[in-house]
Design a protein around this ligand. Structure first.
Ligand code: ATP
Ligand code: MG
Length: 680
């Protein structure tokens, strides 16, 4: 075979996983690779795809599913590099036409087959915020928010609904196990969810969960499942530990005998149970198929230095469940992970930015460093410090480009132009027109609802009384048929005058929208563009622009959840305190606590060479007591108890000390022993 050298770097188990069943007359039997952090699972998956291609597999008949679009892009690039090395020519990433997230692939399947499965081909996709808004409209429609002043908020209602759907669990169980304080409203919630589902159907709307739910439901039809399953020979999935029951069901329907199926993951890194993911999927995978799926484990960690790995192993070693993997590494280092005690969050930010810039001075790019945190809001002080000192950054998993009002306005306009029944988009866009409030907007939308062709009907709708001169322009912009991406320019032209009226910083928002238009030119259609932006929007950056600054060096800020699968030379973790991680001071269930422990493990195992945990002492956390909440000082996270403290280098730092050199903590003194020694 042409240059199999690309397999030489792999260790025996990795190589076994790459070659498993490839090159035979039939598709390979199902394979599970279950292994610890940094053991090369994703790398192995990339090599396996490349190996399939080298052995003649058709790239269009390979389905790759990963946790985020970013991860999918990285994986396809890796495949490209490996095939280039192996074959002299690379398989262009575009040839791997089916790479993405479960939700993204689901959206594509549903859209392509919409007519045959009873969906409107131009259905809108609602993001979480839109869904919560629609839930709220349904809630008001039923009058629950009025009669019951303590009725769960829209976000809570959506969380309950989403959990029940993704876990395929009865509402009563979900309430009992996860939302006990909402249990008294079970009957009302059931009614509400019925109304919510109906509203979505009338409005041709699917929410995130529907992309899986509807996909799973149509896959229950053997004819349809067979048709869809036949699109791909090979289905390969990364981070399988974070899939939910719907996803497992879809997979089983796609490949009932498991042939061509490869999944990889790490049960010690399952961190999405709060969104109904279940680690049972990966643990039960081998038995889901007959004959049983093969299992390959990997135990050598290539990512982290020995002290970092030892500390991470110590943290996960205290978990209630036993994870069977014992990772080892050959990467020796004298530097233990640092646990840096500071007084305040501001000091923590200052300490970290000092170190980050110092490292940049000595040649470590900002891009090789990342600051992680449990919750997006924890990075506020750090962001302020970075801005003050002019350090560019990109924030993953935080406020998205899409969450900004002007971007949302424009996208809602596009959505409404394609699907005039989408009320959440409708309310948003109509109220941009001066003189139109919720009531008038409601009337317009009601009129459109009744029309057979709502978009055409817009031309006949009576102009709302106070909309005045702005109405005809709106109708024209909305009903003009424009090819993509001219449709976006048209929307932007309509929206432009409103920007100055609505926002003081209209200029910078204008620049954002221009950028949005540039992103749009990379898409073949409005649907593809809207789907991608809704499911996986660009991350926020320090200069407020939507896409990361090209060719520029920037620091990564990320929630731990969004850092999954990634690695950096130097990793910082903010607020390694009880109340942040675990996020809940002792009120959570054991399951929830254990998930927080795994989260810390995920954070620590992102680091290759250097790991620094911040521990601000004067950090208030909320403690729930019988008499209500009270604020207390934070303590070191319970996941690093005294027994394993020796794996860390403990430092105290304060800005007063002459610049910023860290001062080692005083060595522990055993006064009792000293006293005894006096007399021995
Ligand atoms: P995670 O659990 O965090 O997703 P992973 O198991 O997917 O980790 P990878 O990201 O694939 O691990 O690999 C971790 C690092 O180890 C990468 O930098 C990768 O290039 C490197 N690596 C993996 N296998 C080898 C190998 N055989 N030789 C050298 N480096 C390797
Ligand atoms: Mg990985």
């Amino acid at each position: 075979m042409a240059g199999a050298g690309y397999l030489d770097k792999l260790n025996d188990n990795q190589r076994a996983a790459v070659e498993f069943g490839v090159g035979g007359d039939t598709l390979p039997p199902p394979l599970l690779v279950i292994a610890g952090a940094g053991s090369g699972k994703t790398n192995t998956l990339a090599h396996r795809v490349a190996h399939l291609l080298v052995n003649g597999a058709d790239p269009r008949r390979i389905l790759l599913m990963t946790f985020s679009r970013r991860a999918a892009t990285e994986l396809t690039r890796r495949v490209e590099r490996i095939t280039a090395q192996a074959m002299g020519t690379s398989v262009a990433a575009e040839a791997l036409t089916w790479a993405g997230t479960f939700h993204g692939i689901g959206a594509r399947i549903l859209r392509e087959h919409a007519l045959s499965i009873g969906l409107h081909p131009e259905f809108s996709i609602h993001d979480r915020e839109d869904s919560a808004d629609l839930m709220n409209l349904s809630r008001h429609g039923l009058g629950f928010s009025k009669t019951e002043s303590r009725f769960p908020a829209k976000g809570t209602c959506l969380a309950i609904y989403s959990r029940a759907v993704n876990a395929e669990a009865p509402l009563g169980d979900v309430l009992r196990d996860h939302f006990p304080w909402c249990a008294p409203w079970q009957a009302e919630l059931k009614q509400l969810f019925g109304a919510y589902v109906q509203a979505k159907q009338v409005q041709n709307v699917l929410d995130y969960d529907d992309l899986l739910l509807a996909w799973a439901q149509v896959m229950a039809d053997p004819g349809f499942a067979g048709h869809i399953g036949a699109i791909w020979d090979h289905v390969l999935i990364d981070e399988y530990q974070d899939t939910n029951r719907l996803q497992a069901r879809i997979l089983l329907a796609l490949k009932p005998d498991g042939r061509g199926l490869t999944v990889v993951g790490d049960d010690a890194q399952s961190i999405y149970a709060f969104r109904a993911a279940t680690v049972r999927n990966i643990l039960d995978f081998p038995d889901a198929y007959t004959p049983r799926a093969d299992v390959i484990t990997l135990d050598r960690n290539y990512r982290s230095t020995q002290p970092i790995l030892a500390a991470a192993n110590a943290v996960i070693g205290l978990a209630k469940e036993r994870f069977s993997k014992n990772l080892w590494t050959e990467r020796a280092s004298a530097q233990k992970p640092r646990l840096v005690t500071v007084q305040t969050e501001a000091e923590q930010a200052r300490y970290m930015v000092d170190r980050i810039l110092e490292d940049r001075e000595t040649g470590m790019k900002l891009k090789d460093q990342a600051v992680l945190f449990r919750t997006s809001s924890h990075s506020v002080q750090l962001e302020a410090e970075l801005t003050r000192r002019n350090v560019p950054y990109v924030k993953f998993g935080g406020l998205k480009f899409l969450d900004t009002a002007h971007v949302k306005d424009l996208l809602s306009f596009l959505r409404l132009a394609r699907n005039a029944r989408d009320r959440v988009a409708g309310f948003r866009v109509l109220q941009l027109i001066p003189g139109i409030g919720p009531k008038a907007a409601g009337h317009v939308l009601d009129a459109l609802d009744l029309a057979a062709d709502p978009r055409a009907a817009l031309e006949d709708v009576a102009a709302p009384a106070r909309a005045g001169a702005d109405w005809p322009g709106f109708v024209t912009a909305m009903t003009t048929q424009a090819v993509w991406p001219a449709a976006l320019s048209l929307a932007r032209a309509w929206y432009d005058p409103h920007l100055d009226r609505l926002h003081e910083d209209a200029e910078s928002r204008r620049a954002d929208l221009l950028q949005l238009e540039q992103i749009a030119t990379g898409y073949p259609s409005a649907e593809a563009f809207l789907t991608d932006l809704t499911l996986d929007p660009p991350d926020a950056t320090s200069d407020q622009a939507g896409v990361p600054l090209k060719d520029e060096d920037y620091l990564i800020l990320s929630t731990i959840h969004s850092a999954k699968g990634q690695e950096w030379k130097s990793v910082y973790l903010l607020n390694a305190v009880d109340g942040c991680i675990p996020s809940d001071l002792g009120t959570g269930s054991t399951h929830e606590l254990e998930e927080e422990r795994r989260l810390l493990y995920v954070a620590m195992t992102r680091a290759k060479d250097r790991l620094t945990l911040g521990l601000p002492l004067r950090f208030y956390v909320t403690q729930q007591t019988r008499n209500g909440d009270r604020h207390v000082y934070a303590m070191r996270t319970r996941f690093i108890p005294k027994e394993i403290l020796a794996h860390f280098e403990a430092l105290h730092w304060s800005p007063a000390q002459n610049g910023s050199a860290p001062r080692p903590a005083p060595a522990p003194i055993n006064v009792a022993a000293t006293m005894r020694e006096m007399w021995s």
